[in-house]
Design a protein around this ligand. Structure first.
Ligand code: HEM
Ligand code: HEM
Length: 188
């Protein structure tokens, strides 16, 4: 029995393979999580280096709450949600079937958790950076933060709340899939 079995192939895992802990999640959902995790870490660390430049750091500081959207909010989430926790999700999808001796409960939910997390965290990141630059420029041009928020209008909240929900749904799809996998008595 191959160490990499299909994520949806609940049938076909031999008792011996389960006993050896060889039942594994499908390679490509795991690989997608790992590849996106390192891409997010790349984006986050490039941003981290850029925001150490004195001119950039000063611009962010003087942009006040708009600068806060870029550093730390966008930076923290692309690294911690996109990099660290999406990497963990991939690793958990990889080890869980071996631990419980059956495939991940739902391949569809695994796919949903991947796409929602990816679109959510990239959307959150680019929304925060975009809004931070636009509102930061307004503040640098002499506006108060309240005036800048007013000028941008509801787009500010719509972008942040929508992408926050997408990230949330990504997490909840993942969490429910893990709990259902552990609780599921039908596998194997
Ligand atoms: C080349 C790599 C990195 C560089 C150069 C970098 C740089 C920075 C800088 C300059 C700040 C702002 C500090 C401040 O405003 O006082 C910051 C904040 C932060 N970084 Fe990074 N960073 C890097 C990678 C990471 C990674 C990989 C993570 C997470 C896994 C991370 C998580 C954070 C967090 C959470 C904050 C906000 C801390 C707070 O709450 O103030 N960073 N980083
Ligand atoms: C659905 C998922 C998430 C959403 C929608 C979300 C949203 C937010 C928001 C709106 C803030 C800003 C609070 C404020 O400035 O008043 C925040 C702060 C923060 N979040 Fe998240 N978050 C999520 C998940 C996470 C996770 C999983 C981590 C870590 C693994 C994390 C790490 C942080 C950190 C370090 C800060 C503080 C940054 C700072 O101001 O220094 N977040 N988050």
């Amino acid at each position: 029995m191959s160490a990499v079995a299909d994520i949806g192939g609940r049938a076909g895992h031999s008792a011996a393979a389960r006993a050896r802990g060889e039942v594994r999640a499908e390679g490509h959902v795991v690989l997608r999580f790992l590849v996106l995790s390192v891409i997010h870490l790349f984006i986050g660390t490039v941003q981290g280096v850029i925001q150490t430049f004195p001119g950039v750091a000063q611009w962010l500081r003087e942009a006040g709450p708009a600068g806060h959207l870029i550093d730390p909010l966008a930076h923290a989430h692309i690294n911690l949600v996109g990099g660290v926790t999406m990497g963990m999700m991939g690793l958990i999808y990889y080890v869980l079937p071996g631990l419980v001796g059956r495939s991940v409960y739902s391949p569809a939910l695994a796919g949903a958790s991947f796409w929602l997390s990816t679109v959510g965290v990239l959307g959150f990141f680019f929304s925060l950076v975009g809004l931070g630059i636009v509102e930061g420029n307004m503040i640098h041009g002499g506006m108060t933060n309240a005036e800048a928020l007013n000028a941008v209008g509801s787009v500010h909240h719509v972008l942040i709340i929508t992408t926050a929900f997408l990230m949330g749904f990504g997490y909840w799809a993942f969490i429910s899939n893990v709990l259902l996998t552990v609780a599921n008595k039908r596998g194997g």
